[in-house]
Design a binder for this molecule. Structure first.
Ligand code: DO4
Ligand code: MG
Length: 284
């Protein structure tokens, strides 16, 4: 089951059929057994044609977020640990990353308020005061208010590697800025709340219509479990509308790569779809 948030309602896709409904987004998604609830209401919804569904998605798709905070986990894959140790070697902060990779407590950081999030087809921004900018493709959990994972989406944890590498205490500035988080295109709600362990995550980057980066990995290379990350996030915080949690990156472009204005980032995750965003600067 996929749920798309539209400017004037919600579109559901299940077993090759599309349905529309009017429902307040936060109330719709924030429940236990979301899949059972959605399949239970399908029979009273309006079925629409595939063409109409495509038109609605093309014209009025929004990021699949309402009032939820967006959080992120870090250094959950070996590749991320190695890349960050390299970028922080000169600042003397490299040790932090292998310690957190091995530690019982995961790294969790606040990523975004909903109004800063870009959806599929919208622009993501890079900072003008950063010389080294990268996308971070991340499977992202939707966790309900009770702390139970109900759905998955694609996340892009846009980051400044030069600012984080200069000093790890600059992490919030490396991670939080306008349009530094992208989510979409939809929420994928599996029947048993579980996503397949061998789910592939792929990223391409095009510059002037030329492919300049192309790589993929599988989420089964992650060191931690999703329930472990969600459990830590909900230990001492309440999320009345649920939350989104990006689960960390494993795809890191080479160290001489930085994003340019106009680059097109496409992230694909099996079962969810593709999140495509063009890189820009925040308008002055
Ligand atoms: O430790 C800093 C951030 C790590 C991160 O964003 C990731 O591993 O994806
Ligand atoms: Mg990340």
């Amino acid at each position: 089951m996929k749920i798309f948030k539209l400017s004037d309602g919600v579109l559901l896709q299940h077993q090759n059929a599309s349905y529309t409904l009017r429902y307040e987004w936060n109330a719709l998604i924030n429940r236990d057994r979301l899949f059972n609830y959605l399949t239970g209401i399908l029979s009273v919804l309006d079925v629409i044609s595939e063409d109409k569904a495509t038109t609605l998605i093309n014209k009025s798709l929004l990021p699949p977020i309402g009032r939820q905070e967006v959080w992120a986990a870090g250094v959950t894959y070996l590749r991320s640990m190695e890349a960050r140790m390299e970028e922080s070697a000169d600042s003397g902060g490299a040790d932090l990353y292998d310690k957190v990779y091995a530690a019982e407590r995961p790294e969790l950081f606040f990523k975004s308020m909903p109004h800063r999030v870009a959806g599929h087809g919208q622009k993501v921004y890079i900072r003008r005061d950063s010389a080294w900018n990268v996308p971070e493709p991340e499977l992202t959990l939707f966790i309900n208010a009770k702390g139970n994972i109900q759905a998955y989406t694609i996340g892009n944890d846009m980051s400044s590697r030069s600012i984080e590498g200069e000093n790890a205490l600059y992490l919030p500035q490396a991670k939080i800025f306008e349009r530094s988080a992208a989510l979409g295109p939809c929420l994928f709600v599996p029947p048993d709340q579980v996503i397949a362990k061998d789910t592939a995550i792929k990223m391409t980057i095009h510059r002037n219509n030329t492919l300049i980066y192309n790589d993929e990995t599988s989420i089964n290379r992650m060191k931690r479990s999703f329930t472990e990350l969600a459990g830590y996030l909900y230990r001492e915080c309440n999320f009345p509308d649920g939350s989104f949690l990006m689960t960390g990156t494993c795809l890191v472009p080479p160290n001489d790569f930085t994003l340019h204005e106009g680059d097109v980032i496409s992230i694909n995750i099996d079962g969810i779809g593709s999140l495509v965003n063009t890189v820009s600067y925040k308008p002055l």
